[in-house]
Design a binder for this molecule. Structure first.
Ligand code: GDP
Length: 449
């Protein structure tokens, strides 16, 4: 998401960086460009006005004037103001889920149908289990769609939480009462309550969720919103904010093709922090919202911090250490190790979502990365290694023409692919040897880093 906004802003940033002096004229130009970029990104008008007023005030202030490089300073101002608008002044604690209540801490999820509430319930449960070791119960009060109840059951199992059964014949308040009672008696730390949504704001739905809120007095009332909604996000957020004392927002589908306005607008409209962002349908696509990283991404510097975290999350530390130990002990890197590395890459999840966190300059390339193709290629390559004998994996030099033919047949690929794999392996092995000899710093030099 955020493509067009970051592309536009990074263009402005580039122009401003090149300016030796800040004049009234180029400041005005820049503000106009930022205004257009924000409007184009579907940021609500009142938010655009506020952002611009703040940037203007700071830009005219001492922070920029008198600075040796006003263009650069201005970029800093824009980044800080975007961060502030998205809740940068809040502490990490304020953005986490509040569990400082008598357990079970009830978390009520509200939002339109299709916003991603049920998926979010699963993601949130997994998050609380994995990061805080909480005992989590989920329940669905969506008595209109049996499929929604089933879906919650499925994601709850995937998250490793417990699901409290509910049925379409029951009343939402009765279901909620039953779940709270069950959670108390079985010492659950958290109860996540999924509610029914409608396709649009609807009085009956609002009353139902407001009644649930009154009955449950939740520790958190989270508004779940689809980042792709853009302008509409504002109106929806407003309606929910007016009827429910929200405590925070979860922005979903940030992997989608959105223009990024929602992140900026929703916080402004509700006055509540965006606590988490969801991306993708799988349960691990769930991260704490980081306003600073988001602001950097918006102005095209790329979410390097986010990228590093993703890679850390997906690399199997135990495997990596095993390999490091092996190399340290002077043993050589063989095809079995190479296969393990490939398998790790395959586990890294969506390549395009990793690429998306890179600065705007690189994102064009990201658009061309096809996850499915990358995964398919990885599986093919691993298939070739699987077709080898253990001796061949240990000593790839053994693999001459006739063995190559046999392996290719076994893996169902042309011989050229076996050749390509062996070449790739050679290069990797070479790098590993250098690492063994000279450590990381030498390798970085070898890579031109
Ligand atoms: P609910 O009606 O609010 O409970 O929404 P669901 O959780 O059923 O989600 C609606 C659809 O959006 C489902 O097909 C989900 O798989 C999908 N979905 C949910 N969250 C995300 C996300 O972060 N990214 C993407 N791409 N799809 C999502």
């Amino acid at each position: 998401m955020l493509d067009s906004l970051s592309q536009r802003l990074s263009k402005i940033v580039k122009v401003m960086r090149g300016q030796a002096r800040l004049t009234e004229e180029n400041t005005r130009d820049m503000l106009r460009e930022i205004r257009l970029a924000l409007l184009e990104a579907d940021v609500a008008l009142p938010v655009v006005r506020e952002v611009l007023a703040r940037i203007k005030e700071k830009a005219m202030g001492e922070e920029v004037i008198g600075n040796l490089n006003p263009g650069q300073a201005l970029v800093g101002v824009v980044q800080r103001e975007l961060t502030a608008i998205m809740g940068g002044d809040l502490s990490r604690d304020e953005r986490e889920i509040n569990l400082r209540v008598q357990p079970p801490a009830v978390i009520l999820l509200a939002g339109l149908q299709g916003a991603g509430k049920t998926t979010t319930a699963g993601k949130l449960a997994k998050h609380l289990i994995e990061t805080q070791k909480k005992k989590v119960l989920t329940v669905s009060c969506d008595i209109y769609r049996p499929a929604a109840i089933e879906q919650l059951k499925t994601v709850t199992a995937q998250a490793g939480a417990e699901w409290y059964p509910s049925h379409t014949g029951e009343k939402p308040l009765d279901i909620a009462a039953g779940a709270v009672d069950y959670a108390r008696r079985h010492f659950f730390d958290v109860l996540i309550v999924d509610t029914a949504g409608r396709l649009a704001i609807d009085e009956a739905m609002m009353t139902e969720v407001a009644d649930l809120h009154k009955f449950l007095s939740p520790a958190e009332t989270l508004f779940v919103i689809d980042a792709m909604l853009g302008q509409d996000a504002v109106n929806t957020a407003k309606s929910f904010h007016e009827r429910l004392p929200l405590t925070g927002v979860i922005l979903t589908k940030t992997d989608g093709d959105s223009r990024g306005g929602a992140a900026l607008s929703v916080r402004h409209v509700t006055g509540k922090p965006i606590k988490f962002v969801g991306s993708g349908e799988k349960l691990d696509g769930f991260d704490a919202f980081d306003p600073e990283a988001m602001a950097s991404r918006i102005i095209g510097m790329g979410d390097i911090v986010g990228l590093v975290k993703d890679v850390q999350k997906s690399i199997n530390v135990a495997e990596a250490e095993k390999l490091a130990q092996k190399l340290k002990s002077g043993k050589s890197f063989d095809l079995t190790d190479f296969r393990a590395q490939l398998a790790q890459m395959g586990g890294m999840g969506s390549f395009s979502s990793l690429m998306e966190k890179l600065p705007a300059q690189f994102q064009q390339a990201a658009g061309q990365v096809n996850d499915e193709q990358v995964q398919k290629q990885l599986r093919r390559t691993m298939g070739i290694i699987d077709a080898m004998t253990p001796a061949e994996r240990r000593k790839p030099d053994l693999i001459k023409a006739s063995r190559k033919k046999r392996i290719a047949m076994g893996a169902g690929v042309p011989v050229q692919e076996v050749n390509r794999l062996l070449k790739q392996f050679d290069q990797t092995q070479d790098m590993m040897k250098r690492m063994q000899r000279g450590g990381l710093s030498k390798m970085m030099r070898a890579l031109g880093g």
